[in-house]
Design a protein around this ligand. Sequence first.
Ligand code: B12
Length: 141
Amino acid sequence: MKVPALIAAALLLLLPAALTQNFDPAPIQIVVKNSFLEEEPLAFNSHVAHKGILLGAMRTLMDSDTNFKFTYIEDPNYGPYLESINGLAGKDADQTYWELLVMKPDGAITRPDVGIGCYIPSANEKIIFNFTKWTKSKTMP
Ligand code: B12
């Protein structure tokens, strides 16, 4: 067999693997929690586009469920800053904000070092929006 024919044969062998890759939207859960209240957190099922950003999944959810509303402001350096959820906004005077946490399928909770415009959720993650306070020193809580 000549070299081009060999390459073509190799590509044909690789094609089924490429076609069976999963580009479907990934299911995620979005949880809204107020750390100052005893009340049960709100939980929503949503999905994120293949390799899509969290902000996209939040928009999809807001468009389909009237119980989830959010606003954000555009920071010149870091992009979208989550300002409010369901009418409750973080306030500098009270040092409150919406913290972004992620629970992995194994139960481990992480605090992403990027915001909603950069974070790319993986399938079956639980995205937790936690209304909380930052510390006086202005270092990250
Ligand atoms: C203080 C601080 C905060 C405070 C801001 C409170 C305040 N009003 O002062 C609080 C605790 C609220 C905060 C929150 C978060 N932060 Co912060 N924060 C900082 C820190 C330590 C200093 C910022 C500062 O005061 N700069 C000086 C002032 C004069 O400049 P400024 O431009 O006006 O600062 C504003 C922006 O930085 C903005 N801001 C702060 N954090 C974030 C995060 C995002 C995603 C956005 C869009 C804006 C933003 O708030 C500041 C005050 O208005 C920086 C690290 C650093 N040393 O720069 C991280 C930093 C900016 N934060 C970061 C992150 C990831 C977050 C969170 C997403 C963490 C989380 N998982 O919850 C959240 C934001 C969640 C949301 N609601 O969208 C990252 C951003 C990286 C990135 N490329 O996205 C940084 C760089 C830290 C890091 N990991 O290295 N943060």
